[in-house]
Design a protein around this ligand. Structure first.
Ligand code: HEC
Ligand code: HEC
Ligand code: HEC
Ligand code: HEC
Ligand code: HEC
Ligand code: HEC
Ligand code: HEC
Ligand code: HEC
Length: 493
């Protein structure tokens, strides 16, 4: 008994000793980027999940496994060309393990060959980059559409402009086809704009890791690694701090331990393209963590700054004529406008796994399922009490899940050369067939019509009335104005 007591006292002293002998960790510090491989040494579970994720694989070197376009005998013809008689506008091929795209020269039969140095994307579309002499990585004008399984002139289709060899060459000149200047900020880690002598050449934009690495979301990690690596006491104590006392680990940022505005800034920096030009520098140079004054870098004051004017040209074109977010660049905005941002503590990674970003944070959460209903009903208990009275659809069938009506597919993802709508992230979007009737379904879609395409708007209006669920059938200008912000501004009864 006595020995046990002595042993326990010894143990307690040792633990306390260790606890107080760890190195101190100030909040304000300067760290550098070390790269995801280094993080993987200790955090191998998150590393393995991330390694197979689109975030990691978005930008790769051209290899058998990364090139999804047809480079065996690929070619691209303009719509006005006849493949039987004409020479293709572009040819794609492989030679000695390297990949090439050859674009027809203006006015001639000859071609100019470009070596592919990087491939971007693989899920919906693949973009090919070639390295120019000055160091600029140039986006080649012909890209691969995964759903079509064919090459296409991405920009011409986006702009609905006539296609010609001359135009393809024009697309090789502007700044917005220079990957360094335009794209890298959302597709790489640690963007550095080293404008020397104020020359602003695009080649001077650099990064240390291609793709979305660990430090994009957790901030530069050199100090964290120095603190942990080779310091077992620090490591042990940090582990106890985290797992027993729910404390933060030194010199690294975990969004989960921070306020919602900051936690969302981490994702908004790339998924919230809906920002004013004047805020671009802030978004471009964003680093998760504390600034020199010890305050967290927070973009939330700017989340909903740009008014959703129908037909808006900048920063992203697509806003529905009823004022709701439409373009993929406004997916984040649809969330920032929602009461689930304004009233609850919901975050992107509440539903999405941040490490393997293709996966749900919990099984079944990203699909209309029993689990996803349970997630919504966890807060909306009143509806849970009599579910079928609210949904008016047979339980377990389409139309009976919260996502079906409140996260309608009205965000346009046109990146792959096919029209594809993804779910609005305003979880409080409410079907309003009356407004669809007034503006036309093509200008103001609603969830009922997504599934009941053979029915008229009048039909849906009547059904909602007969269910006593017509509280949101409003088509006055006031409604339009309010809808431009969010459905929550209507009185909820
Ligand atoms: C504001 C940030 C931002 C900028 C700037 C940006 N992208 Fe993206 N890009 C994204 C995001 C976010 C996605 C994923 C969208 C989704 O799936 O919802 C994406 C997706 C893609 C995809 C499809 C990936 C796949 O697997 O199918 C390609 C290709 C792509 N971007 C290329 C480019 C190119 C080329 C540029 C420059 C001309 C560019 N991006 C500029 C944020 C950006
Ligand atoms: C797209 C942003 C993003 C990227 C990239 C990312 N993380 Fe995370 N990470 C998060 C978020 C958000 C959380 C909090 C998740 C939660 O608690 O639900 C987190 C949590 C963590 C945690 C603490 C909780 C846990 O799961 O152990 C560790 C450790 C971690 N990440 C390491 C990494 C490493 C290592 C990498 C790179 C291989 C990485 N992260 C890449 C966003 C990211
Ligand atoms: C030498 C080992 C080691 C390396 C390398 C390392 N970490 Fe950690 N990290 C730890 C330990 C130990 C903890 C605390 C216990 C835990 O969460 O597992 C921790 C905690 C974290 C947390 C949780 C922070 C919190 O407050 O909740 C994140 C996020 C994280 N590390 C990210 C990274 C990133 C990103 C890198 C690469 C830049 C990295 N780590 C490299 C050992 C390491
Ligand atoms: C540095 C820019 C960047 C940051 C920061 C970022 N993402 Fe992404 N995200 C991308 C790009 C680029 C893609 C496209 C990958 C692809 O499709 O190949 C993407 C894809 C995704 C996808 C999958 C889309 C699809 O259609 O497959 C989800 C979900 C996602 N991100 C969630 C998040 C969350 C949650 C956060 C914050 C914790 C976050 N992202 C932070 C750039 C970023
Ligand atoms: C309530 C859960 C929930 C939250 C919170 C959430 N999402 Fe989603 N997200 C979804 C669902 C559901 C889908 C559709 C998945 C599908 O159809 O496979 C989706 C799809 C996406 C996609 C893919 C779009 C595409 O091109 O197919 C991206 C990107 C995305 N979310 C980003 C975000 C970001 C950024 C945030 C934070 C602002 C966020 N999500 C918050 C549920 C959520
Ligand atoms: C078939 C379509 C449909 C489905 C499925 C559906 N809702 Fe609704 N919901 C509506 C309509 C329509 C309204 C507006 C009712 C009104 O204004 O009278 C509404 C209103 C609401 C409101 C606001 C209630 C109020 O106080 O006025 C909440 C909260 C809500 N729904 C949550 C949910 C949840 C949670 C689920 C999943 C269990 C769900 N809904 C499934 C159509 C649907
Ligand atoms: C963390 C709790 C929480 C979760 C989870 C949640 N909600 Fe809500 N929801 C709220 C709160 C709080 C409000 C706002 C009430 C207010 O403004 O008075 C709200 C409002 C709504 C409204 C009314 C319109 C609006 O935007 O205010 C609808 C519809 C709704 N939620 C649907 C959903 C759906 C669908 C899901 C699942 C994808 C969901 N909610 C998940 C808490 C939650
Ligand atoms: C995700 C798809 C989906 C959505 C969204 C949806 N429904 Fe349905 N609805 C169905 C299906 C499928 C049926 C057929 C019954 C079944 O197979 O379970 C149905 C049946 C019905 C019926 C009964 C059959 C009939 O034709 O008279 C009515 C009425 C109805 N829906 C009205 C609506 C209204 C109004 C809305 C919008 C508030 C709506 N639905 C939204 C899928 C949907």
């Amino acid at each position: 008994m006595k020995y046990l007591l002595i042993f326990l006292i010894f143990l307690a002293t040792a633990v306390l000793g260790i606890y107080f002998f760890r190195d101190p960790a100030p909040k304000v510090f300067h760290a550098d980027f070390v790269g995801s491989e280094v993080c993987g040494d200790c955090h191998w579970i998150n590393y393995d999940a991330w390694k197979i994720s689109p975030h990691h694989n978005i930008a790769r070197l051209p290899e058998q496994g990364s090139v999804v376009g047809d480079f065996s005998s690929g070619s691209y013809f303009f719509p006005q060309q006849d493949p039987e008689f004409d020479e293709p506008a572009a040819k794609m091929y492989e030679r000695g393990g390297e990949f090439f795209m050859a674009i027809q020269d203006i006015g001639g039969e000859s071609y100019s060959e470009f070596k592919i140095n990087k491939v971007i994307g693989y899920q919906y579309r693949q973009t090919y980059l070639t390295q120019e002499k000055g160091g600029v990585l140039r986006r080649l004008p012909i890209q691969w559409s995964v759903p079509r399984q064919a090459f296409f002139a991405y920009w011409n289709e986006q702009e609905q402009s006539p296609q010609s060899v001359h135009d393809l060459w024009e697309q090789m000149k502007p700044l917005n086809s220079a990957w360094n200047l335009y794209c890298a900020r959302c597709h790489t880690t640690n963007l550095q704009e080293n404008y020397k002598n104020n020359t602003h050449t695009i080649a001077q934009v650099e990064w240390t890791e291609i793709g979305v690495g660990c430090e994009v979301c957790h901030g530069p990690g050199s100090e964290h690694v120095n603190y942990m690596n080779g310091h077992p006491v620090n490591r042990l104590v940090s582990w106890f701090d985290q797992n027993l006392f729910n404390k933060t680990a030194p010199f690294i940022i975990n969004a989960a331990n921070q306020e919602q505005g900051f936690a969302l800034s981490v994702c908004a920096r790339c998924h919230g393209a809906d920002i004013f030009r004047k805020r671009q520098p802030l978004y471009r140079n964003y680093k998760p963590g504390f600034n020199a004054n010890g305050e967290l870098n927070d973009l939330s004051p700017y989340f909903d700054e740009a008014p959703l004017v129908p037909g808006r040209k900048h920063p992203t074109v697509e806003v529905w004529p009823d004022g709701r977010p439409k373009g993929l660049g406004t997916l984040f905005r649809s969330f920032a406008d929602s009461s689930h941002y304004q009233v609850t503590d919901m975050r992107c990674y509440t539903c999405h796994d941040p490490h393997n970003n293709k996966k749900a944070a919990a099984t079944g959460l990203l699909r209309p399922t029993v689990q996803s209903n349970a997630f919504c009903l966890g807060c909306h208990e009143v509806i849970a009490e009599n579910l079928s009275a609210h949904t008016n659809h047979k339980a377990g069938r389409p139309g009976a899940y919260c996502y079906d009506c409140h996260m309608p597919k009205n965000i346009l993802n046109a990146v792959a050369g096919v029209t594809h709508f993804v779910r609005s992230h305003n979880m409080g979007s409410i079907p309003n067939p009356l407004l669809s009737k007034k503006l036309g379904i093509e200008n103001s879609p609603n969830a009922c019509h997504e599934c009941h395409q053979d029915k008229t708007q009048e039909w849906a209006i009547e059904k909602l009335k007969s269910w006593g669920m017509d509280g949101h059938l409003i088509d006055t200008d006031l409604h339009l104005q309010r809808n431009a912000k969010s459905d929550i501004l209507h009185p909820i009864n």
